[in-house]
Ligand binder design. Structure first.
Ligand code: ADP
Ligand code: ZN
Length: 207
């Protein structure tokens, strides 16, 4: 059983790698970003609370995130391992996680900010969960997986991307030191290029 945490700046490819890991090892992919977006779409109370923060590129307050994740980890499908994507994002979240979970390994996906800005600048997403880039799809914007029209996330607009990277530096980057000290963190260099090459490295860590 493996309880995995993926760290990395927004746009470093956490979501993509998390989906591949979930599929390969047959464990649930728990993405707090996806949970919030689903709640926003469904118009739930949580969605309403989270939306203003997310659209502005800010973090949703710890108080709204921590219980949500603790509940999710208690569900049956998480008994045999899981991959956490986008949580923890603050030291307070990491400390709360330590109280309710035993994390086997933390994978920190590293990518320079310049590359991240290029990527997020053209990122397209689909309701089905697929992610792509304008440079791959051209004008069609048709989802390669389900055929729906892909769109730019509200928080992928340039000003918001800058805010997200600043917040990452200030609030999330300290987790690299936090987990580094615990000794269960491995860094994966995402400048190697393709999704497949990064995944090869990730699999080596998990074997
Ligand atoms: P990315 O990693 O590309 O920034 P996510 O889908 O993980 O995107 O998250 C999108 C937004 O959802 C974040 O910018 C933040 O506002 C909110 N969010 C997601 N996870 C957390 C978390 N653990 N704590 C606080 N806010 C979060
Ligand atoms: Zn799709």
């Amino acid at each position: 059983m493996k309880n995995i945490v993926l760290l990395g700046a927004p746009g470093a490819g956490k979501g993509t790698q998390a989906a591949l890991i979930a599929n390969e090892y047959n464990i649930p992919h728990i993405s707090t970003g996806d949970i919030f977006r689903k709640n926003i779409k469904e118009g739930t109370e949580l969605g309403k609370l989270a939306k203003s923060y997310i659209d502005a590129g800010q973090l949703v307050p710890d108080s709204l995130v921590i219980d949500l994740v603790a509940d999710r980890l208690r569900q049956d499908d998480a008994k045999n391992g899981y991959i956490l994507d986008g949580f923890p994002r603050t030291i307070a979240q990491a400390e709360a996680l330590d109280k309710v979970a035993d994390i086997s390994v933390v994978i920190d996906i590293e990518l320079p900010f310049e590359t991240i800005i290029e990527r997020l600048g053209g990122r397209l997403v689909c309701m089905c969960g697929e992610t792509s880039h304008v440079s791959l799809l051209g004008d069609s914007k048709t989802c390669p997986k389900c055929g729906a029209e892909m769109y730019v996330r509200e928080d992928d607009k340039p000003e918001t991307v800058r805010a997200r990277l600043e917040i990452y530096e200030r609030q999330t980057a300290p987790l690299v030191e936090y987990y580094g000290k615990k000794g269960n963190m491995v860094t994966v260099d995402a400048t190697v290029g393709t999704i497949e090459k990064v995944f090869e490295q990730v699999k080596k860590v998990l074997e």
